[in-house]
Design a protein around this ligand. Structure first.
Ligand code: ZN
Length: 190
């Protein structure tokens, strides 16, 4: 781990500044869910390496931010206190905007579909940890979109969270990773 040394220092070429994630939620979201969402995104991108600053969209500074920024809007109900959505809720968990064939840094996450998948993927007592599982699941879905947006690619990986379609099991399973090939992107090296 390397401590951040931003301040007024001149840029060290070795390390990219954090990617700023401007986010907004249409519904209430628990602090626990948010904490696990961020933790899972950090964990998945740690090998790239890439880290993230989260800022509420309405608090976006007019002067902009240093480095890359993406916008993630969470639509629908991201709260764990409400009843599970209909199990036949189908369609993508999230998508990033594409204009003239180019991926734009704007993504939307469908909380109702992610929530339905989490309910479907979990058994019995694990449902006690719904806020945690929902956070991790959202983190994986966001990681998929950040991969598209940060690397400006519409391509998909052959394994891990950058696969074309994620299953409920992918969202609640013990372990998820960025596929090793997908890390190559901007990191260079082998
Ligand atoms: Zn995709």
């Amino acid at each position: 781990m390397v401590a951040g040394a931003e301040g007024g220092l001149r840029v060290e070429p070795a390390k990219a500044p954090p990617v700023t994630v401007f986010f907004s939620f249409e519904s209430a979201v628990s602090g626990q869910t948010l904490q696990h969402l961020r933790g899972e995104l950090d964990r998945l991108f740690a090998p790239v390496p890439l880290n993230f600053d989260w800022l509420r969209l309405e608090e976006a500074p007019e002067a902009g931010v240093v480095g890359e920024a993406v916008v993630v809007r969470f639509r629908g109900n991201c709260s764990v206190t409400s009843l599970p959505p209909m199990p036949d809720e189908r369609g993508p968990f999230a998508s990033a905007s594409v204009t003239d064939g180019v991926v734009q840094p704007f993504a939307e996450v469908n909380c109702d579909r992610v929530r339905a998948a989490v309910h479907y993927g979990l058994w019995g007592t694990e449902r006690n940890q719904l806020a945690r599982h929902l956070g991790i699941a959202l983190g994986r879905v966001v990681a998929h979109e950040v991969y598209h947006m940060y690397f400006r690619t519409k391509a998909h990986g052959t394994a891990g969270v950058t696969r074309h379609a994620l299953s409920p099991q992918d969202l609640v399973g013990e372990k998820a990773e960025l596929h090793p090939e997908d890390r190559a992107g901007k990191a260079g090296g082998k």
